[in-house]
Write a protein that binds this ligand. Sequence first.
Ligand code: HEM
Length: 455
Amino acid sequence: QRRKLPPGPWGLPLVGYLPFLDPKAPQVSLTELAKKYGPVYSLLLDVTTGRAPLYLTHGIMNGYGIICAQGDLWKDQRRFVHNCLRHFGASKIGPRDNMEKLIIKHVKEFVRYIKTLDTKQPIDPLRPLRHCLGSIINEIVFGRSWERGNETWEELQELQEEGLKYIGIAGPLNFLPFLRFLPMFKRPMSFLIKGQHKTHRFYQKLINEENVLLNKSRSADLDTNSYTNLIQGFLIEREKRQNTDDVHKYYNEKQFHHLLADVFGAGLDTTLVTLRWFLLYIARNAKIQSQLRDDLKTILNDRDPSLNDMESLPFVEACLSETQRIRSVVPIGIPHGALDDIKLNGYVIPKGAMIVPLQWAVHMNEKVYPEPENFNPSRFINEEGRYFKPEYFIPFQNGKRMCIGDELARMMMFLVSTTILKTFHLDLEDHKTCMEGESGITLSPQPYKLIFSEI
Ligand code: HEM
């Protein structure tokens, strides 16, 4: 079988090529291999067991939720989440006013908060941004948001942050699950599992509270079809299907908890990391920052930005896309598994193989993006001066399983970035800030500080 596989380097027995990947920047090692072996290559990471399902996704998540689900459960839940997002106004089709209002409410709170700080002092935007974006996602998923500093909210953020860190550390377990018995992996594993239980207990409390509210609405004969958050949506859908097998198969308690965690996690960290990179690149590039501000002045004059302005502000969209290109938030991509034998470029990808959509290699390919390390938003502007999306731009990946929150992400990134830039001039405290980033599940910038001067 190995002879029919795409070309690739030989690795060591048992562990394959794993020891040769740079754990701090695996996307760079993998991209070097693509240069040597071509656009489709294979890598032996573990010759003793299949690659998919992964240990972390299936051994820990047990195939629940949406990110790790497969087959009928995935199809059902994907449709359900898709309908919810459309219902809330986070989709390309249908009215978007409610979602727009929600995003604007929280970004305005962000601006108010920054203004209360001593703006001569450099500020790390991480925490205030996380509060802002997290509050938007909290309202979508849980139907509520918490004040800055609220104990529960602080704990949720901590669990999320630590969870992401430990998933990164425990990465090799995907390929070599027996490593979990080694002391160095025991701690992250036990943290991950404890954190998961804690989070799920907390979710159950929120579900119970939402259930009480829903029952009250029912007794008052209120319309419960216009649900406004994922918990409510799930409770209503479960009730609709109460006399069918679906409750047991797709609408059980475990699935409920995992789904909430997936949408919360996938929605918050990705948008947060993108906007942190965006602010960093803009603060480093005075010319680009002033062009952005000129555009905002021309189009908005003094009013607040709205989603209708997206088309008239192509340079904003171009800067956001260039950020997503130059620092792929998920540089190695979210792996897919081959459900059947697949023919690709004359090679056979056998059923069960893990397919790694290596975003970094695509986005840093100098044939498509000359001087890839240069932050150059004009790559995303066509001859007519409009925003355009090249074929080789895949931050949300593509196909049937691509990111389900892409539209929501675009809405959030546009409204948050324009509101910030319209209000503040950004200066980087230290222009020597390292731009390589830290690899975990996402590639996040090293901590940096900005001076926000009110315009
Ligand atoms: C800049 C922001 C974002 C980026 C770069 C991003 C990127 C991605 C990527 C690369 C995938 C994997 C797609 C695949 O397997 O082919 C994904 C999946 C997913 N994303 Fe996003 N995402 C972002 C924002 C969001 C938001 C705001 C939400 C909230 C609803 C979200 C929810 C999800 C979910 C639930 C999945 C799993 C889909 C499935 O397996 O069917 N994402 N995202």
